[in-house]
Design a protein. Structure first.
Length: 297
C-alpha cells in the first residue's frame, strides 16, 4: 500500500472531514479527496460513508483505521527514542495515574521537576482507566497495583494504606471516636463503592458500613473525599500520605487501616533508554525517599 495515501487516510478518519484533514496536511480538499478515491480503488473497498455532516468510516474503513492508528503510535514511539538526547531532557512526556494520586501527591511536586528540566513538557492524564502503555496511550504510568500488560518495565515505588481522617474542628464539635462502634455517631466520607478503586480501600469501606453509619457521602475519587473532610463534613477514608501534605487533618482511630496498597511505576520496554523517562523516574523516586524520611521523623 502507498504509505502517503495511508497517512492521508488516517488524517481524514481522525478528523472526520476532508477539509479539516486538508488543513492539517496543508493540502487542498480536492487533493485529499483524490488520494482517498485512489486508495479505495486500490483496495476495491469503500472506506467512508459520505453525508452532509461529514464522513463516517465503513466497516472496512474501521479495520484500516485500527491498523493506521497502531502504526502511528509505533512511529511516535520510534520518533521519541530517536529524539531523546543522551544528555538533555526535553520534549513531551505523557504521564498517566489516578485522579486522586495525580492531583493530591504528584501535581503539587511537579514544580521541582520543571525547575530541573525547564524544556520538559508533561501531559498529565488523570483517570481511573488503565491506559495501554505498549500501544502508546501514555509513556509512563503510576498505578495502585502491579501492571499486567506485557513488555513493561515496572518498579514498586512504595506501599500506602487507606486510613480515617478528619479535621480537628470537626472532632471538637462532634467528638473523637475511640472505638469502631463510635462511628455510628458520625458521617463517613468515602469513595463510591461502584467507582473504580483499589480493592483494599473498598474492603475497608465495606467493614465500616457494618457499624450502622447514619450519614454517608460518597465521591468517585479521593480528591472529592478530601474536600469534604477539609470542609468539616465528616470522617473520610483517605490515603495515608495525605496526613503529611495536609496538616489540617488528623488520623482517627489510628489502628484502623486497609491492607497494603502497592504503588508501581511502569513504562514500555522500548522506552528503556529515554532520558525523559529516566528524569521522571528519578524525580518520583527522590520525592518518595523525601516523603519516607519525613514520615519517619
Amino acid at each position: 500500500m502507498d504509505w502517503d495515501k495511508l497517512r492521508i487516510f488516517h488524517a481524514v478518519a481522525d478528523a472526520g472531514s476532508l477539509t479539516h484533514a486538508g488543513d492539517q496536511l496543508h493540502l487542498s480538499q480536492s487533493a485529499v479527496s483524490r488520494q482517498i478515491r485512489a486508495l479505495e480503488e486500490s483496495l476495491n473497498a469503500t472506506l467512508f460513508h459520505r453525508h452532509a455532516r461529514g464522513l463516517i468510516l465503513t466497516e472496512q474503513g474501521e479495520l484500516l483505521f485500527d491498523a493506521t492508528r497502531a502504526m502511528v503510535k509505533r512511529l511516535d514511539a520510534a520518533t521519541a527514542r530517536i529524539r531523546d538526547s543522551e544528555e538533555e531532557v526535553f520534549g513531551e512526556l505523557r504521564v498517566t495515574t489516578t485522579i486522586g494520586f495525580g492531583t493530591l501527591w504528584l501535581a503539587p511536586r511537579l514544580p521541582k521537576l520543571f525547575e530541573t528540566y525547564p524544556e520538559l513538557n508533561i501531559d498529565l492524564m488523570l483517570e481511573e482507566r488503565v491506559l495501554d502503555l505498549p500501544m502508546r496511550e501514555a509513556d509512563v504510568a503510576i498505578r495502585m497495583k502491579e501492571p499486567s500488560q506485557a513488555d513493561l518495565i515496572r518498579k514498586r515505588l512504595m506501599m500506602i494504606n487507606m486510613c480515617l481522617f478528619a479535621t480537628q474542628k470537626y472532632l471538637d464539635e462532634r467528638g473523637t471516636p475511640e472505638k469502631m462502634e463510635d462511628l455510628s455517631q458520625h458521617r463517613i466520607l468515602c469513595q463510591n463503592p461502584r467507582s473504580a478503586q483499589v480493592g483494599a480501600g473498598a474492603t475497608l469501606v465495606s467493614e465500616l458500613m457494618t457499624y450502622d453509619i447514619p450519614s454517608l457521602l460518597t465521591v468517585n475519587n479521593y480528591y472529592g473525599v478530601l474536600q469534604g473532610v477539609l470542609n468539616n463534613l465528616g470522617i473520610g477514608v483517605l490515603p495515608d500520605y495525605l496526613g503529611q501534605d495536609f496538616p489540617q487533618i488528623v488520623r482517627v482511630l489510628p489502628e484502623v487501616q486497609s491492607s497494603d496498597v502497592p504503588v508501581f511505576l511502569a513504562y514500555p520496554e522500548e522506552l528503556r533508554h529515554s532520558q525523559r523517562i529516566k528524569a521522571f523516574r528519578d524525580f518520583v523516586q527522590e520525592e518518595i525517599i523525601a516523603y519516607r524520611k519525613n514520615v519517619a521523623k
